[in-house]
Design a protein. Sequence first.
Length: 239
Amino acid sequence: MASNLRPVLLVAAVLLAGCSFIMPNPYTAPFSVASTATEMAVDERTLEEMGDDLKVKSAILLALAGEGKDLFMAVSVDVYQGDVLMTGAVKTAGDDQKAEALVKKVEGVSRVYNELHITEDFGMRESVRDTGIELKVKFAVMSGAGFRYPNYRWRATNGTVYLFGIAQTEEEYDAVYDKVRGITEVERLITHIRIKPLAPPPDKPKDEAKPASPAASLLQPQTGVGGPAISGSDPGNPK
């Protein structure tokens, strides 16, 4: 029984660690609530899509946890509108293939970006370094003027940074890219960012037929009583 509960407890711990609004700190709760409300307001996803992404992430983490603690701890997963970014470091090609296969089996997954590193040389020192890089990336993205930062995800593995999400415009994408690439510790930058498609222009209302002006009516053929048809002409264009 205990062995069956272990994967569920691992997943719950990870989800709770990333959701401060579920168990708020009483001293920072007002700020956390305000921050969460702001993020939701500028997030490109609908509430339904946010819920779907959370379900997909939970299912993926549960599948990874079911394969054992090592794979669960080695693989980081980010989900945005059904797309999944896999990052982290695994020891063998078999672990890499197993993790990707598990993710692809989860219902609701649209596309998988497998950016796992296969290496034996990844330990606490590398993990701490990558965490520091992620904090700098977070500050760079959040401090950018006009950036909708809730639409971005970022991960670092062995000095390589992965950006994931959606940009409002190509200009925003370029600005975010330049900001992150300018961080000294970032050795390489790989992006999986979609540009938001332009909204179609609104339909123009059909012009209503304008009533003829008094001057225009003078140009229309008129029939005199008992006489021939009389046509007016533009004085500027004599016949």
